[in-house]
Structure formats: C-alpha cells, structure tokens
Design a binder for this molecule. Structure first.
Ligand SMILES: C[S@@+](CC[C@H](N)C(=O)[O-])C[C@H]1O[C@@H](n2cnc3c(N)ncnc32)[C@H](O)[C@@H]1O
Length: 328
C-alpha cells in the first residue's frame, strides 16, 4: 500500500516501481544476519562457495540460498572460473548500493560471529597465497626447464620485439623467413636473402599470404648479398654462416651493407665434432670457435664486439649456440 501511495507522487510510475523494487530487494537481502556476514566477508576479496562455507561454518545449500538473494539485489556478482564460481561485491554500485553495502558491513561488525568469520577468512586468503608460492618454491632452480602454460620462447620473442625500434633489417640465409616474418611485424623493412630459389619463392608467397608488405625476399648469396651499401640498420645471420664457403667474406659483406652505427648479429653453432652435420644438414663448417668469429668481425671493421654462448641443447651432441655481435 505504501508503495502505491508513493507512486502517485512521481510522474513515471514504471520508473518508481523499478527504483522501489531494487531498494526493497536490497533491504530484504540485508534483513538477515547471515547475509550481512557474507557481505562483510566479500568486502576483503572474492570467494567461492566452499571458502564462504569454511569461513562461516555453514552448509552449502544455506550459503547458496543467501548468495542467490544477494545477487538478486545486485549487491553481489558472480563469475565462473572453470568449474568454480566466485562471488564478489558489486564493484561499481550506485550511490544507494554503496550505502547498503556500508550499512551491511557496519551491521555485520555488531554480530558475535564477525570476529571468527574474519579470522577464518584471513586463514583462507593466506592459504590461497601460499598455494601459489608452494608451487613456485617447489620448482625454483628448474623453473626455466619445466613446462609452464603459455610460457614459450616465441612469446618472449614477441615481447622483445616490442622494444625494438623500427629498423631496416637484412636477414642473410633467411630460409623460409621464420625470423624475417617475426621481425617484419615490428621493423620498418626486412630484406630476406637466400640462395635457394625454391626457398625464396616459398618465403615470398608466405609473406604475401600473411600480408607482410614490408618483407621482401631476394635470391642471392650471403657472401655478396644483393643489397645496397650503407643501407641497413641491422644484419642478421642466423644459422647461416656455417653454410658459407668463406665466412670472413660474408661478415665483410655484412659490414658493407650496414650504415655507420648499424649492428651485425650472428647466431651460429659453437665449434663441435658432430661430423654428420654436413651430410644431415648440409653444413659446410662444424660451427665456429669464438676466437674465429672475433677475428673475422675485427678484420671486417666491427667495433664493440660481444660474443657469448646463449643456448646449449640437452640432447647429445649438445649443440651450443653462440651469439656474436658488433657495431659498424
Ligand atoms: C639452417 S637455414 C637457416 C634459416 C634461418 N636463418 C633460420 O635461422 O631459421 C640456412 C639457410 O641458408 C641458406 N644458404 C645456404 N648457403 C647460402 C648462401 N651461400 N647464400 C645465401 N643463403 C644460403 C639455405 O638455403 C638455408 O635456407
């Protein structure tokens, strides 16, 4: 009756009914001490039904009924995470909703159960944090070798690419363009050179299909690449130098095509004794000694030379990858 009476005061009765009904729903939701306790618990963090059960020491069906009423009043929301459902206070309640939540929390604090609920909640949240820590403490020391969902070198590669400036890059002995394609997503321009016509045709078609207009494949020899002198910011030789008849000449050519201040990056195998590499992979050289790479880079005129082993394979023959860089 009182609702009807107030409706007459307003011009739009439909709107009044809506306002009244949401207010009444909230009042009804907060008319029970258990629901006040739930609101006070959810103030700290989102919780699952199991966690609410543990904090309040009440049965699942009672908790679920109370949560249902709180959700109906829009004071509480839920979200699914796999098989579990988490409940939380409405993150952006309107003015009235905010007042109701504050009132509920004040009311809950006057209840005898409040202190024990909060102690239980603290224990639950600590355990949650510890569960994650227990896992990482267990895997510490071998974390980089075990599987972690979503963790991959490819993903790390994309992250590192984002910090690259928009360079002009030559990828010599590029193959089908695994690295060139990755670079083209970020760099201004990438020229991929390879001496296999089939590989160049395949790489070019793939780049076109992937819409990489700034990636150009050229047929040519990495010892004298078909690229203008002093035009590149970065020259990459990734697992390509050990195919060159004359590696020193390839490095000198890289120097020729780089602009002043440009960088060379060579990824190749450390010197190894796996003789079958020639027959199996068409390798001309069994990797390189760091001292040889250093000498050739110096002879070509590179400065700030840095060379280090950056990867070692777990399986025999334990190939090691060396990264050698320098600046023109
Ligand atoms: C092992 S693959 C490396 C491909 C790519 N750089 C990568 O890291 O995935 C070596 C590539 O070098 C090319 N290659 C070998 N000798 C070459 C030469 N003298 N000039 C240009 N490319 C050459 C091969 O055709 C092959 O595509």
């Amino acid at each position: 009756m009182r609702i009807a009476g107030r409706q007459q005061v307003f011009r739009d009765p439909g709107q009044v009914c809506l306002v009244m009904s949401s207010t009444l729903k909230s009042l009804r939701a907060l008319s029970d001490p258990t629901r006040l306790r739930i609101v006070a618990l959810l103030e700290r963090d989102e919780l699952s039904v199991n966690e609410l059960q543990e904090a309040t020491r009440m049965g699942q069906s009672r908790i679920s009924t109370h949560l249902g009423l709180l959700q109906e009043s829009s004071l509480v929301q839920s979200r699914r995470d796999g098989k579990r459902t988490f409940y939380r206070l409405h993150p952006h309640p309107d003015g009235t909703g905010r007042e109701f939540i504050q009132l509920a929390i004040r009311g809950a604090k006057e209840l005898l159960e409040f202190a024990e609920d909060q102690t239980n909640l603290k224990r639950i949240l600590t355990r949650r944090r510890e569960q994650a820590q227990v896992y990482f403490n267990q895997v510490a020391g071998r974390f980089d070798r075990i599987y972690g969902p979503g963790r991959s070198w490819q993903a790390f590669g994309h992250l590192l690419l984002r910090v690259l400036p928009p360079l002009v890059v030559a990828d010599l002995g590029a193959g089908e363009g695994l690295l060139s394609e990755l670079l083209a997503r970020r760099c201004k321009r990438v020229i991929a050179v390879d001496n296999s016509d089939k590989i160049v045709a395949f790489g070019a078609a793939k780049a076109k299909k992937n819409g990489l207009k700034n990636l150009e494949f050229r047929l040519g020899d990495l010892q004298d690449p078909p690229i203008e002198s002093n035009s590149m910011d970065l020259v990459i030789l990734s697992q390509a130098l050990h195919h060159a008849e004359d590696p020193a000449k390839a490095i000198a050519s890289a120097h020729r095509i780089l602009r002043a201040g440009g960088q060379i990056m060579i990824l190749d195998l450390s010197r190894h004794n796996f003789e079958k590499a020639g027959e199996l992979y068409g390798d001309r050289w069994l990797g390189f000694a760091e001292s040889d790479l250093h000498r050739w880079l110096e002879m070509a005129g590179f400065r700030k030379i840095e060379i280090s082993v950056v990867a070692r394979e777990e399986e025999p023959p334990h190939f090691q990858t060396v990264l050698a860089g320098g600046e023109k």
